[in-house]
Design a protein around this ligand. Structure first.
Ligand SMILES: NC(=O)c1ccc[n+]([C@@H]2O[C@H](COP(=O)([O-])OP(=O)(O)OC[C@H]3O[C@@H](n4cnc5c(N)ncnc54)[C@H](OP(=O)(O)O)[C@@H]3O)[C@@H](O)[C@H]2O)c1
Length: 281
């Protein structure tokens, strides 16, 4: 039983590889990567796999039984890129595709959900057995902005008092590895989220507590937040996407009270306070 992982050199993919190596022999894992030189230290079979080169994909999938399709990171191009992978998977007789989607992709308000839902539909139409991992937010999305927020004297966003139940990339990676190496997941759609939830005010309060200095959360309008990001030299297109994600967060798109993620990994998800502490040390 060979498992292929796309995006294996990405931040999530690297962790999935690591977690899979703890569960199965390395010769059962194939890293499918855009830049093979980035995977040299993996100690695994590595094959070139660029979503934008459809004619090369099926050959790279030869002999692979299960495929983890980690969603691509170029917003707007992802439907076509994922379609290329799914078509190649059909040609290569892949037996099972596990896809990393977005929490509540079918009901989420944020524009990011569109390509995930399109991909889920393409999988359903493909005839290939599949499992959907609807990953919630990475806690790292917020912890990465802790130093700059401390420097600015405030957290900024437009998520209002929306509840966010995030988890770490490591938590999601462990879930992907668990699903790929155990039975009973065919046809399942898993909503994966952290055990605890917080608002951006709570996040600011946790940082304030840990550094012993008040760093408030300032809630802006969607346009105001996008403009603030542009002023920080975030490209306009991305600034708008980030602000739009926060609008979804304000509507609880990123909140799920289920404990499916911790059930899959057999331990509690990593708390926000731990991730912030790591960022600060
Ligand atoms: N849940 C969340 O909070 C959240 C946040 C951000 C993103 N995401 C989604 O989750 C995915 C994984 O997250 P991440 O943090 O691991 O993202 P990441 O570090 O940006 O990794 C994305 C991976 O996709 C690969 N990739 C991009 N374009 C490709 C192409 N044309 N052909 C083949 N591979 C391609 C990249 O290859 P290289 O290594 O060669 O660059 C990289 O390995 C993202 O791509 C995005 O869809 C989720």
């Amino acid at each position: 039983m060979k498992i292929g992982i796309t995006g294996a050199t990405g931040q999530l993919g690297r962790l999935v590889v690591e977690k899979l190596q703890q569960r199965v022999a390395s010769d059962k894992i194939v890293a499918l990567v855009r830049s093979p030189q980035k995977a040299k230290t993996f100690g695994l079979q590595t094959r070139e796999f660029d979503y934008n080169k459809p004619s090369l994909l099926a050959a790279s999938l030869k002999g692979i039984d299960s495929l983890l399709l980690i969603s691509a990171n170029q917003v707007g191009l992802r439907k076509a890129q994922h379609e290329n992978v799914i078509n190649a998977a059909k040609q290569a007789n892949i037996k099972w595709i596990v896809y990393t989607s977005l929490l509540h992709a079918d009901t989420a308000h944020m524009s990011l959900a569109t390509e995930h839902i399109q991909t889920e539909q393409m999988l359903a139409d493909s005839g290939i057995p599949y499992t959907i991992l609807r990953n919630g937010w990475y806690t790292e999305n917020y912890s990465a902005s802790v130093p700059s927020s401390i420097q600015a004297g405030s957290f900024y966003g437009c998520a209002d008092e929306g509840k966010i139940s995030s988890a770490t990339r490591e938590d999601y990676a462990e879930a992907a590895a668990a699903v790929l190496t155990t039975e009973g997941h065919l046809g399942k759609v898993y909503e994966l989220s952290g055990d605890d939830h917080y608002t951006l005010s709570d996040l600011a309060a946790e940082v304030s507590k840990q550094i012993g200095k008040e760093i408030p959360y300032t809630n802006l309008s969607e346009e105001g937040f996008a403009a603030a990001l542009i002023a920080l030299e975030v490209p306009e297109e991305y600034a708008k996407i980030i602000a739009n994600m926060d609008v979804g967060a304000a509507k609880d798109d990123l909140y799920d009270p289920g404990h499916t993620l911790s059930e899959l990994i057999g331990r509690p998800t990593t708390p926000l306070s731990v991730v912030i502490k790591r960022e600060l040390t």
